[in-house]
Design a protein around this ligand. Structure first.
Ligand SMILES: [Zn+2]
Length: 124
């Protein structure tokens, strides 16, 4: 499997969100903050029907109308719902201190498993 890297870190604002390609259907994104020049992810997510729309919706919910002070974001395109789910799982396990409380949910109608060794999500 080819695992693409996340793109560059960009300021989280309307202009930068608008620059996300409309062509990306499946994707992953991270909202976060900069600390000593390093991007610290604080919220992770996936899209299964349009990455730009998903990013804008979550930015509106959490930053514009919410109380989250996420200042930067990055994202990546993936090729399938399964890939987006698995990337979200890896991000969930990789980063400490996320605002995401719950393990990423399986996409509706699938029985995909978390790809991270030792994760007992499927047993919950
Ligand atoms: Zn897991």
């Amino acid at each position: 499997m080819i695992i693409t890297r996340y793109g560059n870190v960009n300021p989280l604002n309307e202009t930068e969100i608008n620059s996300v390609s409309d062509d990306i259907i499946y994707g992953n994104y991270q909202f976060g903050v900069m600390r000593d020049g390093v991007f610290i992810p604080k919220y992770i997510g996936r899209s299964v029907s349009g990455l730009k729309i998903e990013i804008r919706q979550q930015w509106t919910n959490k930053v514009v109308n919410g109380n989250k002070r996420y200042t930067h974001f990055r994202y990546k395109k993936v090729m399938s719902i399964k890939a987006a789910f698995e990337q979200e799982c890896r991000d969930f396990h990789d980063f400490k201190g996320l605002d995401n409380i719950y393990h990423p949910a399986k996409p509706a109608g699938t029985d995909y498993a978390c790809p991270v060794n030792g994760c007992n999500y499927d047993e919950e």
